[in-house]
Write a protein that binds this ligand. Structure first.
Ligand SMILES: [Zn+2]
Length: 293
């Protein structure tokens, strides 16, 4: 797969009616689920009038169905409407900076108490129906509510094609991060693509050593960020310096889950600033990507 003229060369195309005028230079890939059971249904909805639907508020760049069929519904240099109010690092309003990939999946279902589950739209499904759809994981999520919810799995075919598309995009554009809709949503509403989605596999496409150009820098966004000998709070702090003060600039050398192995690249000039070159693990949630603009 290759991107030619802002389109993946080997998949179905049609242009959504729900795009902003002008062009964008994508820096991020945002992963989503469709909150739906039907691939063609979501595709036609996100195409807006071009798909025969009355949706005038949302779109995306690619919709990826459960059998591995992918539909491109916006050129990658056009601003689609998938991210909503959003922020990542020094960028906000991410529709203007990102490519949205929608994976067909209904998202969470709440337990109905009688061996059944209720989806986002209030439709009941039995456990057997969920198993037939491809299985699910049980996970809590504070945004959905208290307790545990069923999250239908994504299919291998769907993930394989999604990875191919993401790789082709990364080969063509200056993509700095692959992020979930949940992590960029500034209103705290979004839960997609959820705990059943293998986000770390997509994030790993950008790991140093993969084939990334450049060396993205990150800035510590909390007063004191503990720096540790391993990826988890059970690991001792690297001491000195013990922690990285607000404003410290680091390079990320690799990642493990939510943790990042970093090297101090610039210091903030405070008296407690660590030495340049110090290495250790920090929680990635306290690093803001520095886009230099
Ligand atoms: Zn989303």
């Amino acid at each position: 797969m290759k991107v030619k003229n802002h389109r993946i060369d080997s998949i179905w195309h049609k242009q959504s009616s729900n795009l902003s005028a002008g062009t964008i230079a994508p820096r991020l890939i945002v992963t989503h689920y469709t909150t739906g059971w039907s691939g063609t249904g979501s595709r036609d909805w996100l195409l807006g009038a071009a798909g025969g639907s009355d949706n005038t508020g949302t779109s995306a760049h690619v919709v990826i169905d459960r059998d591995g069929t992918a539909w491109q519904i916006a050129p990658f240099n056009r601003k689609a409407w998938h991210a909503g109010k959003s922020r990542y690092g020094s960028l906000s309003g991410l529709n203007a900076h990102s490519i949205g990939l929608e994976f067909v999946n209904p998202g969470w279902l709440k337990p109905a108490g009688d061996g059944q589950w209720i989806d986002y739209y209030g439709t009941k499904k039995t456990t057997a129906q969920l198993e037939q759809f491809g299985g699910f994981v049980l996970q809590p999520h504070s945004t959905v509510g208290s307790g545990t919810f069923a999250w239908p799995l994504f299919t291998n075919a769907q993930i394989a094609i999604g990875l191919e598309i993401a790789r082709a995009i990364i080969a063509k554009y200056d993509i700095r991060a692959v992020v979930t809709h949940e992590e960029i949503d500034t209103r705290g509403w979004k839960t997609d693509p959820g705990p059943a989605f293998p986000q770390s596999t997509f994030v790993d496409l950008l790991n140093p050593g993969a084939d990334q150009e450049g060396d993205p820098r990150y800035t510590v966004n909390t007063t004191r960020l503990n720096i540790r000998g391993g990826p988890g709070v059970e690991h001792d702090q690297v001491d000195p310096p013990g922690y990285l003060p607000l404003g410290t600039v680091v390079s990320v050398l690799r990642r493990s889950g939510n943790w990042a192995f970093v090297e101090v690249a610039e210091t903030s000039g405070q008296p407690d600033a660590p030495e340049i070159g110090v290495r250790g693990w920090v929680h990635g949630g306290y690093l803001d990507m520095d886009f230099g603009d």
